[in-house]
Design a binder for this molecule. Structure first.
Ligand SMILES: NC(=O)C1=CN([C@@H]2O[C@H](COP(=O)(O)OP(=O)(O)OC[C@H]3O[C@@H](n4cnc5c(N)ncnc54)[C@H](O)[C@@H]3O)[C@@H](O)[C@H]2O)C=CC1
Ligand SMILES: O=C(O)/C=C/C=C(\O)C(=O)O
Length: 497
């Protein structure tokens, strides 16, 4: 593999300039594979957020972004997509270095990031249009979609570049200006995105990146009166905190939150494909995946065969250096997160579950590794079956009937994704439609079509991003009423005149 370097220090990108924090404060960024410091990062606070919002507001109110033609605006998105493609190997390298995600997976995410920009440019051309309603010969009402203003985009560390671009692209495509506040544990590719935006020549202030912690930089962005909308991806508790903090300034929210998604495998399922999907669905992204199928419900008659096959695969899952193209599972993002995941294994034992772990090579001892793990003897009321672990840990349960599978799958506060495996067509649809989730895949792993609405039910989120569904959030709909006839107007005050 070609070798790349990383920046020794990461700065904010505000109003078209790379800059330090006014306080001069910095924080260290760790390599999850070695726990050595990779570099330092400027620690933004209210002051940097204020600067960035001022720049974004001016760019929105007075800059060329608002007045340029849609085609000209979208040409910047195509340019960004091309620059991402040109730097895709470097982006994958930086992402794996920063997050511990295996390089094979970050290469795919870099490609997806470029696609996010092209997709939204195309989507705006195809689907950002209003409606018209004609009432007899009296009047016409028509709607237009306008950018809302300054968008605050707050993102997590689990698939940072892909998720950041998944927000920046629709925000810009629809004509907003934005401030991205990336997760503090994964600043490298957000910095690369700022460099790409700069190279693409976007007008100053249109896209800003402020690094820093959630409680300070993130909270200041949420509370700022000139930020009209917040698109947030992260933990459910953080989402709820953000909604409280943004209440005084009446923010518009898109919330992509946590999950505890079921995979239901019926006895008539295509065995090998269901097994592959189950393993991929929980162990890809190192298990740090909001849509991970972290609860397996397998029909009792198939349980022994399915679980045996699962356990047989477990020690062969390649755990290792994220830069090695053969690695399937790398280290978790941070020692604090690793500790949190390990605590769940302790909880699992104390609740009576059996913990079966895969293999972590000796060469990985400095990293934040948790082996791919399967929890047996689990019941759905246990904490490990109810709470999001966000690591490579699969809770296995069984069911006898379709009704029981549906009840167990829904008996959880989350409702993000779900997966159903059966060759009975009618049952597949019945079960899929009965599950309380934003997204259900039948006889499939998590394959993405960017046109579909992406988001969760229950505690997994509010609203949908993806496709033209994102326009609902990123644009303001205005109705324009035009009288084309002479509909009588009530003549107040004319009776006695
Ligand atoms: N539904 C979805 O599409 C996805 C959901 N997630 C969820 O994200 C979580 C993992 O990511 P984390 O980075 O640990 O989430 P997190 O909630 O800790 O942090 C996410 C972002 O919010 C910021 N933040 C934290 N506190 C804040 C506050 N008070 N005000 C404003 N910003 C604040 C952080 O700095 C970070 O940028 C998991 O729960 C996972 O399920 C992750 C990916 C996709
Ligand atoms: O594909 C998307 O748009 C988002 C995917 C997010 C995940 O799968 C994740 O973070 O787990």
């Amino acid at each position: 593999m070609k070798s790349f370097t990383h920046p020794e220090h990461v700065q904010h990108y505000i109003n078209g300039q790379f800059m330090e924090s006014a306080s001069g404060k910095r924080f260290d960024n760790l390599n999850p594979f070695t726990n050595q410091v990779i570099n330092t990062v400027a620690e933004g606070d209210k002051e940097e957020i204020d600067r960035a919002v001022k720049a974004a507001r001016e760019a929105f109110d007075r800059g060329p972004w608002r007045t340029m033609s849609v085609n000209e605006r979208l040409s910047y998105l195509y340019k960004i997509a091309d620059l991402i493609d040109q730097a895709s190997d470097e982006i994958a390298y930086l992402e794996s270095l920063d997050t511990g995600l295996p390089i094979k997976q970050t290469q795919k995410q870099a490609a997806r990031a470029a696609e996010n920009f092209r997709f939204y440019a195309e989507m705006v051309k195809a689907r950002l249009h209003g409606d018209a309603y004609q009432k007899d010969g009296d009047f016409i009402n028509y709607t237009i979609h306008k950018p809302v203003g300054v968008a605050g985009l707050i993102t997590p560390w689990n698939a940072p570049f892909m998720l950041e671009t998944w927000k920046v692209a629709p925000a810009l495509a629809t004509g907003n200006t934005c401030i991205l506040k990336p997760a503090e544990w994964s600043p490298l590719t957000a910095h690369k995105l700022a460099q790409i935006v700069d190279e693409a020549g976007l007008p100053p202030g249109v896209c800003n990146v402020v690094h820093g912690f959630g409680e300070t930089a993130g909270a200041s962005l949420v509370a700022h009166p000139d930020v009209q909308l917040i698109s947030f991806t992260g933990e459910t508790v953080t989402g709820s905190e953000i909604m409280k903090n943004g209440a005084d300034t009446l923010k518009r929210y898109s919330m992509e939150l946590g999950g505890k998604s079921p995979i239901i495998v019926f006895e008539d399922a295509d065995f090998e494909r269901a097994l592959d999907a189950c393993i991929f669905g929980i162990f890809s992204f190192n298990g740090e995946r909001c849509t991970a199928n972290s609860r397996l419900f397998v029909q009792s008659s198939l349980k022994e065969k399915f679980v045996n096959a699962l356990l047989e695969r477990l020690p062969h899952i390649v755990v290792g250096d994220p830069m090695d193209p053969n690695t399937e599972v790398g280290p978790l993002i941070h020692p604090v997160h690793r500790q949190r995941v390990l605590e769940y294994l302790t909880i699992a034992r104390s609740e009576g579950a059996e913990v079966v772990g895969g293999h972590v090579p000796e060469a990985c001892r400095e990293g934040n590794f948790v082996p791919p793990t399967v929890l047996l003897n689990v019941t759905n009321d246990m904490r490990v079956a109810q709470e999001e672990i966000f690591g490579p840990v699969l809770a296995v349960m069984s069911f006898d009937t379709e009704e029981e599978a549906i009840r167990l799958a829904n008996d959880v506060k989350y409702g993000l994704a779900s997966y159903v495996w059966t060759n009975d067509l009618k049952r597949a649809h019945r079960v899929a439609q009965s599950i309380e989730a934003g997204m259900t895949w039948i006889n499939s792993h998590n394959v993405r079509d960017l046109r579909i609405p992406f988001g969760g039910a229950k505690y997994s989120g509010i609203g949908r991003e993806g496709g033209y569904y994102a326009f609902e959030f990123y644009t303001e709909t205005q109705v324009i009423h035009v009288a084309i006839g002479d509909t009588p107007i009530p003549k107040f005050g004319k009776a006695k005149a």
